[in-house]
Design a protein around this ligand. Structure first.
Ligand code: SF4
Length: 458
């Protein structure tokens, strides 16, 4: 079943949906499986092995911390970053960890209990992690192999390769491609947003869907605002200075010039994207859109619509529903994992989603929306993932700003046309997947190539 709007837009914590949120969720699922089989109380040790990309960029992406927090009962959607920090310090100091809610307290040492197997890539996916629970005699009680497949989605090895599932009852329009989506909408005589709305209201009441959409917007807005208030350097040792607050002060100071500068709006779009991604890099609360690394792009374009076009609640909902329909196509037919297809799967997909959302909110028809989504991805094809120091900072933060501006441009191009174009969205999604498969591993969230090796860390 196609991913829904609340699968793609989730409240989470930075810096990475695949390397932070996913492993935290996997740890929680492993504990739940142990509890189900009645063995949780007998556990005295839990060993976690991180493979390939999770190991190679895991320290910069806080994967080890996420695993520990997941074992300690924290979940991405509800985590309080301050409480998590305190818990991590307590575990490190005491060498003791209480497994989930109601589990036993066990001896725990991250140095001994987390194994880093960067050179081992499991055939299914580069983001793999295995949990092993042992009893007092050192005998295995349970083992669980999970894959963090991007955007915070996690699958057990037995689920790998199955079509993406979405929570809740069946949906009326389970489109498998963009052509399918357009055909269904044409048959019903509705917009893409309306089609998504009908899917969502098959799972929830209309009030719940509206409240959920508005909550996504509010969470994105809160993240922008939080980022604008912060100063100093981002964590991780790269000494990347936070810029959003200083840019905000500068833009506010030059209000007069903003009025006469025809491109001043772009300064604000850049600012809002930077603000969210700085928050993400600092481990703050963000909305995956569709991933954490790409979390700033969509909020920046959505706020651009809201502020510069006097958006309003209906337009914002249309934006999010349309963007989610496009995101579901990538999730189903390609990937939203930087470790699998490079940054084209993160910032590229976010750009495509935002271009579609903006086009819909500005009154574009379904053909123009499909065209905007296609243009946005066509010019992100081949985008590599090469984060310096394995941190979601450089190039990630600025890349969101660039992607937001590109999404606006793609939308404007599409809105000038009649929706007729040469490369279909389905073709570009297939091309993106193939390009990702062909891409050398060093450019897929391993920090073994690109900027990650050509810029000296100091
Ligand atoms: S370069 Fe792109 S895909 Fe890689 S970590 Fe940064 S935002 Fe994510």
């Amino acid at each position: 079943m196609s991913a829904g709007v609340f699968d793609l837009f989730k409240l989470g914590v930075g810096p990475s949906s695949s390397h932070t949120m996913g492993p935290m969720t996997a740890a929680a699922r492993f504990l739940a499986a142990l509890a189900d089989q009645g063995d949780l109380a007998r556990v005295v040790r839990v060993e976690t092995t991180l493979y390939a990309s999770l190991a190679m960029t895991g320290r910069g992406h806080a994967t080890d911390r996420a695993v520990i927090l997941g074992l300690a009962g924290f979940e991405p959607a509800t985590i309080d970053p301050d409480a998590a920090e305190a818990q991590l310090a307590k575990i490190a100091e005491s060498g003791r960890l209480t497994l989930g809610a109601g589990g036993p307290e066990i001896a725990y040492s991250a140095a001994d209990d987390i194994l880093w197997q960067g050179r081992t890539r499991l055939p299914q996916h580069p983001n793999a992690l295995r949990f092993l629970a042992l009893d007092g005699a050192g005998a295995p009680l349970a083992e669980g192999l999970y894959f963090s497949i991007g955007g915070g989605f996690v699958v057990h090895e037995t689920e790998f390769g199955a079509p993406p599932v979405s929570s809740g009852p069946a949906i009326p329009y389970d489109f498998v491609s963009a052509d399918d989506l357009l055909a269904m909408a044409a048959r019903e005589g509705v917009s893409i947003a309306e089609l998504m709305w009908r899917n969502e209201t098959a799972r929830r009441t209309p009030d719940e869907v509206n409240a959920g959409l508005d909550a996504i917007f509010e969470a994105m807005e809160a993240c922008i605002e939080r980022g604008l208030r912060q100063d100093g350097c981002l964590p991780g040792g790269l000494n990347v200075r936070r810029r959003a607050r200083q840019h905000f002060n500068e833009l506010t100071r030059r209000m007069e010039r903003n009025i006469s500068d025809p491109l001043a709006a772009l300064d604000w779009v850049n600012l809002w994207a930077l603000s969210v991604n700085e928050e993400n890099a600092a481990g703050g609360k963000v909305v995956t859109a569709p991933t954490n690394g790409a979390a700033g792009l969509l909020p920046a374009v959505l706020r651009f619509y809201d502020r510069f076009y006097r958006g309003g609640v209906e337009g914002r909902r249309t934006f999010l529903l349309t963007a989610a329909a496009i995101g579901a196509l990538y999730k189903r037919n390609a990937s939203i994992s930087g470790a699998e297809v490079g940054c084209q799967g993160e910032v590229g997909v976010a750009c495509s989603m935002a271009a579609a959302g903006l086009t819909a909110a500005l009154g574009g028809d379904n053909a123009q929306i499909e065209n905007a989504a296609e243009i946005a991805m066509e010019h992100n094809l081949g985008l590599t993932c090469d984060p310096i120091g394995g941190l979601v900072q450089v190039p990630c933060i600025e890349r969101n700003a660039m992607g937001a501006v590109k999404a606006i441009d793609a939308s404007r191009l599409a809105l000038l046309g009649d929706g007729q174009h040469t490369v279909s969205l389905d073709k570009v999604i297939a091309t993106m997947k193939r390009t990702g498969e062909d891409m050398n591993e060093i450019y897929k969230e391993t920090s073994l190539g690109g900027l990650a090796v050509n810029v000296v860390e100091c």
